[in-house]
Structures are given as C-alpha cells and as structure tokens.
Design a protein. Structure first.
Length: 314
C-alpha cells in the first residue's frame, strides 16, 4: 500500500525517517530533541553544506531514493575529507511535494544513513517542509583530530599534484543516461552512487599535503581553484589517467572525447591534493601533474580548449 507524505503527515514522515537512522561514534545526543549534540574532541568543528534540487541535480527516473541519499551525503562528506578532517555527522533538510510517496523519503534516509556509515558518521537531525520542488539540503560536520586543516591556498611551485578516486565515471554515466541508455552499468552506477575514499583526506593531511580539494564540478575547474587560491600554475598529464575500456567504448558510441569526462566531468568526488616533491604517495593516490610558478591550469603543458567543469548558473 502506497501512502503519500500528505497522508502520513509531517510527524508521521519524521517518525518513519528517524526509525531508519543509526548513531555514529561522535553522536552524544541524536535526533528527537531541539538540537543534536556531537562530540568535537579536537575543539574545532569543520562544517560544509550542499543542496540537491530535483531536475537540477538528480532525476527520479534515473536514480532511486537510496541513490539520491548516497549522492547527497557523499557531496558533503567529501568536502569534510578534503579539509583533512574525519566526518562525524549530517544534518538534513528535506523539502517535498505532499503527493510524494512516503516510501521515497524512507529510501532517501536509508541511502543517507548507509553513506554516512562508510566513514563512521551518522544523521543527527534536520527539518522537513512541503515544497513544489523536491529538495535535499545537507550539512556535514567533521573533526580534525589534532591535524591542521588542509586549505586550497598552500600549493607551491615544485609540488606534485595527486588524485585519489575515480574521475570521469559519473560524467560518462550522466551522458549515457541523458542519451536514453542504461548501460554500461559501471558508468551508470558511478553516476548514481559515488565511491569516495573518505579516509584519504586525513591520510593526505598526515602526509603533509600542502593543498587539497574535493573534485565535485570537474577536475580542471576544481584544480583551477587550487591554482588561483595558491597563486600558482598547475599542469595535468593526460597520460596519468587509466581510462577503462567501458568508458572508451561508450565515448566512441556516443561521439564524445573520453577526456572531456575525465578532465571536466563532476560528481565522482575524488580528492585532489598537492604534496612536496618526492613525497611517497600511499596506495590509491596517483600522481597526475605538477605545480609551477606560471598562472593557469594546462593539460600536457598546453591550454585546454574544452569545457572546464560544471557551473550552476552557466
């Protein structure tokens, strides 16, 4: 039996969502009171927020509710990791049409909870409201555990640029879906659920990363933010990327240069960081470029003529 949110009511909706949430190790007081209490042993709290709007960031015919929950959580948790912090908690505001099936909101809660659990975090509270447009707004909190935050403005000429995580997969999946296809499954699933190595953020901080960023909008665009904040130039080597056969085959079938996905595609949420030259990178990190003193971002030491990444207002 399907029950709409209007039929279940606000408090019925909240009750069904709360029953699906777990507690993280940092949660001292979870949902159910006026506010949650989250342990911040370091004494400093890292915070980030992001919003997903139906039709702009996701489509229900492309993604199930749990997929949207995973994507919404990952977008915020990756920002916390990019500061060198460990995620601890999520706050979620959900704005929904009254005729939305209540099971959709429950599936969303399952996805949010499962993604947060991957890094030991939990959903500790939030809010609900009726809205003609389905919107999911998430705020993430994190703990530095005694480390200094890794900012965007610390890259120096001579540093190496490294990446941890997949890049281009989600953008390829988006293109596949937008053309009306559902395969290759690997690419479509990459769009639906990012695979983020959250532990890589604190790992990079301990290793001496000089600058770091979550690649959410496109590698060239986001690395450009590092270059601009650090007043340096960065060159990316295209040969450093292992483009899988499924991506190459899909690109050929769709008439797309796969490097447009790799260099300008978003939503995979890998971490890009600069390290002092000679740093021995841990497993999972791949050196993809270098930092120099000339402004701008280049690919193979040449200007890139294609798109740089996603811009919400472009």
């Amino acid at each position: 039996m399907h029950v709409s949110i209007a039929e279940s009511g606000e408090f019925g909706l909240i009750g069904s969502i709360l029953s699906r949430l777990g507690d993280g190790s940092a949660t001292l007081l979870g949902p159910g009171d006026d506010a949650a209490v989250v342990r911040a042993a370091d004494g400093r709290v890292v915070a980030s927020t992001d919003v997903l709007v139906e039709g702009r960031h996701f489509r229900r015919d492309w993604c199930g509710p749990a997929d949207v929950g995973h994507r919404a959580a990952a977008a915020n948790l990756a920002d916390i990791a990019a500061m060198g912090a460990t995620p601890t908690a999520l706050l979620v505001a959900l704005c929904v049409p009254g005729d939305l099936d209540a099971s959709w909101a429950e599936g969303l809660a399952d996805g949010l909870t499962a993604e947060a659990a991957l890094c030991g975090a939990s959903v500790v509270g939030g809010d609900t409201s009726s809205s003609p447009t389905l919107t999911v707004a998430v705020t993430a909190l994190g703990d530095l555990n005694g480390l200094d935050p890794v900012r965007r403005d610390g890259a120096r000429p001579g540093d190496l640029l490294a990446l941890c995580g997949r890049v281009g997969y989600a953008a390829a999946g988006y293109t596949v879906l937008s053309r009306g296809f559902r395969t290759p499954k690997m690419l479509v699933e990459a769009y639906r659920r990012p695979e983020v190595r959250y532990a890589a953020g604190p790992e990079a901080a301990r290793l001496g990363a000089t600058a770091m960023i979550d690649v959410s909008d496109g590698l060239l665009q986001d690395v450009g933010h590092l270059a601009s904040a650090s007043t340096v130039g960065i060159d990316i080597r295209s040969e450093a990327f292992d483009v899988p056969d499924q991506m190459r085959d899909a690109a050929k079938a769709l008439g797309v240069d796969p490097y447009r996905w790799v260099l300008a595609g978003g939503d995979d949420h890998p971490l890009a960081a600069t390290f002092p030259a000679g740093t021995k990178l841990p497993q999972g990190w791949v050196e993809i470029g270098s930092v120099h003193d000339r402004p701008g971002v280049t690919v193979d030491r040449k200007p890139w003529s294609g798109p740089l990444g996603w811009d919400h207002f472009r």
